[in-house]
Design a protein around this ligand. Sequence first.
Ligand code: 5AD
Ligand code: FES
Length: 340
Amino acid sequence: MQLNKIIDKAQKSNNLTKEEIVYLLENKNNDLYAAADKIRKQYKGDAVHLRGLIEFTNICRNDCKYCGLRYSNKVIERYRLDENEIIKTAINAINSGYKTIVLQGGEDLWFDADKICRIIREIKAYDTAVTLSIGERNPEEYKAFKKAGADRYLMRIETTDIELYKFLHPNMSFENRVNCLYELKKLGYETGTGCLVGLPNQTIDSLADDILFFKELDADMVGIGPLIPHPETPLKDANKDNFDNALAVMAVTRLILPDINIPATTAMESVRQNGRIIALQSGANVVMPNMTEGEYRKKYEIYPNKICINDSPQRCIKCIKNKIESIGRTVSETKGFRTC
Ligand code: 5AD
Ligand code: FES
């Protein structure tokens, strides 16, 4: 069978041609997911790394056509946590056992390099890894964050289809985004990227290009999410049914980047019950529970029907630990770098 032949090749060489990737995405079945699960086990083991996510600002200068935080969304109530709130939330997460804190926000330049560096230094006073997910900044800022102690940086490319990228991201440059990712790699960050699956006019061919881009960059982490149409965005009528394709893109990514960290994304759980567990059994080895407190959770509405918006950090960590253990996996006690 063609599918199994391609999977075999991937397992032996961790390399696939674009045609082979397209074939896998078009003919995905349980053999693909089982193969990705097997490779995950072989390279990453059964421990799942938890990353505590703090959504510290929903203010954004960009206007991405799919995102609820987009500048033109005038309905959303905007917020910024102050430095003390961010540190307090981080310390709570560290005390609950998290070994990584992820600081995520819209592109909010009120948080200038000095402020971000101060926050990083305060969190790094504890024995923890710090990941930033705050979008495009200039190389000097990336350098300063690194010097302050940041370990990792997440920034999805979203799509490598340049025309589609331009359509989705008014006033942004694909070239700049790619340059940022290579700059981050060069500076020694563990660099994460990823894409959205289910964008209008996105083809299987372009998803295959996305996967090849992850390989070319040698991404250390790849997060894949199904597009969830947000009613207050131009993509409100886009296709909703993107879970299966997102899962397949994730599984194929695992086949050719066997040792990287791959999250079972919150968006997957938001569109499919137990979506994160299904993802953990199809190549993923990371979960990023939300540590944001109180009413801010609801306000960080990148997409609608986000899970856990009425839950507390404590509830989320308990819930996700139970789920992980229920499938015979364990919660990691290490920081979970790509190589360790
Ligand atoms: N549906 C799913 N994911 C989304 N993101 C932004 N908007 C949406 C949406 N409507 C994702 C982007 C971004 C990440 C933080 O959230 O891929 O990189
Ligand atoms: Fe938040 Fe389950 S992960 S309640």
